[in-house]
Design a protein around this ligand. Sequence first.
Ligand SMILES: [Zn+2]
Length: 333
Amino acid sequence: MVFFIILKIKYLSFFMIAFVFKFYIVTFFFTFIVINYSIAENSDILLNEILPGVLVYNGQNEEQNQTNQGAIANKVAIIGSEAILVYDTGPSKKFAENFIKQVQKYSENPIKYLVVSHRHFDHAYGIEAYIQNKTIIYMDKTEYFYFKKEGPLINKLLIKNFGFNENNIDFSNISEKNINFINDKLEVNLGNRKVLIENIGIAHTKGDLIVYDFNTKTYIMGDLLFQGRAAAFSDSDIPLWINVLKNKLVLPWNFLIPGHGIAIKNDSALEDTKNWLYFIDKSLKRAISQGDMISEIFQYPIPKEVEHLKMKSLTLRQGIKKQLNLYKKKYIE
Ligand SMILES: [Zn+2]
């Protein structure tokens, strides 16, 4: 009898524990769903003030898909006592509108300037929101030309193949009169805050714009710099890009904000991006001298110094064919 009671208690406690455990699992599950839902709802507008008056939306190092809707690159807002400068728009009008709303929660100063680093969708397809906002928009002239020329087709592919929203961007709402072309450099004052906008020339694209914030000694570099992942190079001039990274960051800097990845205090991402580009450059020259095909380039050993970078094979697949043709034209014909 005693044994039976003990057994019963044991069973009872087992069921009690099982019940409590189940309760916890169910609670955890619902909490998880609710938390995830709210993160998903707000993920496109989460800003971090990484330095005084420097707000960053940190895009994830991943490929565009239906969930992220292309919000994979970094966007930056620099807040002065009178005005705000935004660097890059994000992948859609909707994203840009959300971004503007979040920035204005932080400061009600007007967003006076927008710098579009280059034409790629993850940096430039939110321009419409800034045209509506009456912001002064800077971009490279050739980049704007390709933005308008290639944009509608690229946008169709993003909608069809990657599940982007239909109303991502309407190119007919964007015209040359909305854009200020910048060839060289320009200093603007945001109120107790001087910022340099510079066209660094042909590198990642036909004309990449960078920004330097004098207050925090920070370079905002767009896709001239990739942190933690392989740099995308399909529209690039690789030797000129290497030259920019080696010779054109002439002002003293404490921080570098890349187009993809996190802001850094040292030159590790600079070295990573350079080493990756050296590898691509060497591989293309080797393929030409050996008469190798693209499939053979994929078999070339990856150097140790770039082994840790994410998205290497995807980035190679995206860019190598176009670059091999360019290199053939340059080095054979
Ligand atoms: Zn890019």
